[in-house]
Design a protein around this ligand. Structure first.
Ligand code: TXA
Ligand code: MG
Length: 327
């Protein structure tokens, strides 16, 4: 499907306002087993009641997601998370330091508390406590854990506005709770454990510097080629339709340029002054805008992004967007 037919897709989801009535309606729909997209500080999630197998199955169906790719469970607090999973002192220390916020912890699940489909058969569960006030209000109103991957068709760019959600999934979900643009703009950092040693399974909205703090350095997990140990690391992901070329300081004729820092002539710039937080927040919406502007065969050339702080996660997403893909 091209960008135009995606725009024209029949939209049936309702757009719920950022107020008490919007939250109450979103909670009612979730409790009734429907799919509702909601904002978090990272990206918009595609939510379903994590205790309801049929509702969780509907997530996989709406996204067209491979069934081996498990989902993140969202809860309002660490104590709610502890009802679903086992936190050893190391996991609890990370949760205490970083929640609410853009960190997901992969911890051993407790039997029975969640639909098995949420974890796609794994013994562990990915959990996070989001910081966005609207997400927190919604989770409190639902009173159940909410499973939510990013609210995009599988393999496509993650949504950072309600409009993006409606463009990709508007005909497949009940509603989107509209909280405006996401402040962080990149998915959460995912931390797991290899025996007793913490490992970063996915770099994300919480930079390594912030994650480590007083708790010591954490290595990056080796990228799993089979997509099982760290299923989110499927190579071609976050793919625009146009080809993407990285580290471009001097774009070729016919390429459209995504700048970062001082890039005169760039069609869009992630952050003209090179501020990585701003670049992260703009990444997905700028990629979408350039992809929509690209005609057949046009390449999006991306300026170099510094490999530190949030730049690590930005570059991870850009490398996936640029990876060779099928068809
Ligand atoms: O910021 C975020 O994390 C957003 C918002 C909505 O919370 N969610 C998000 O979810 O990015 P999703 O489903 O697009 O990515 C979740 C990643 C996937 O790559 C999945 O494979 C991995 O988490 N994951 C989930 N459960 C896991 C587990 N038990 N072990 C290892 N990886 C897991
Ligand atoms: Mg995703």
């Amino acid at each position: 499907m091209d960008a135009n037919s995606q725009e024209e897709r029949h939209v049936s989801a309702s757009r719920l306002p950022d107020d008490a009535a919007g939250v109450a309606e979103a909670a009612r729909l979730l409790r009734a087993g429907r799919l509702v997209s909601f904002p978090t500080e990272t990206v918009y999630g595609l939510g379903a009641d994590a205790t309801d197998g049929a509702a969780v199955a509907a997530i996989y169906e709406a996204k067209g997601r491979p069934s081996f790719n498990p989902l993140i469970v969202h809860v309002p607090s660490l104590s709610d998370a502890e009802a679903l999973a086992c936190f050893d002192p190391g996991a609890r220390a990370r949760a205490d330091a970083c929640w609410p916020g853009p960190l997901t912890l992969v911890v051993p699940r407790r039997p029975g508390a969640l639909s098995d489909l949420v974890t796609a058969g794994l013994e562990t569960v990915a959990i996070r406590v989001p910081a966005h006030p609207l997400a927190r209000a919604l989770l409190a109103a639902v009173g159940r854990p909410v499973a939510a991957p990013s609210a995009n068709p599988s393999g496509r760019i993650s949504p950072t506005t309600a409009e993006h959600v409606l463009q990709g999934l508007g005909d497949r979900i009940a509603a989107v709770l509209d909280g405006g643009p996401c402040a962080v703009g990149l998915e959460s950092t995912i931390l797991g454990w290899d025996d007793a040693d913490p490992v970063v399974l996915r770099p994300g909205g919480l930079p390594a510097e912030a994650l480590e703090g007083a708790l010591g350095t954490v290595p990056r997990a080796a990228v799993a080629s089979d997509g099982v140990a760290a299923p989110g690391m499927l190579t071609s992901h976050y793919a625009p339709r146009a080809r993407v070329r990285l580290d471009v300081t001097d774009p070729m004729t016919g390429e459209i340029w995504l700048g970062c820092g001082d890039c005169p002539g760039a069609m869009r710039n992630l952050s003209p002054s090179g501020v990585l937080r701003e670049a992260a927040a703009n990444l997905f919406s700028h990629l979408r805008a350039l992809d929509a502007a690209a005609s057949e065969g046009t390449t999006i050339a991306v300026a170099p992004v510094p490999e530190h702080g949030l730049g690590v996660a930005i570059n991870d997403r850009l490398r996936r967007a640029a990876a060779p893909r099928d068809g």
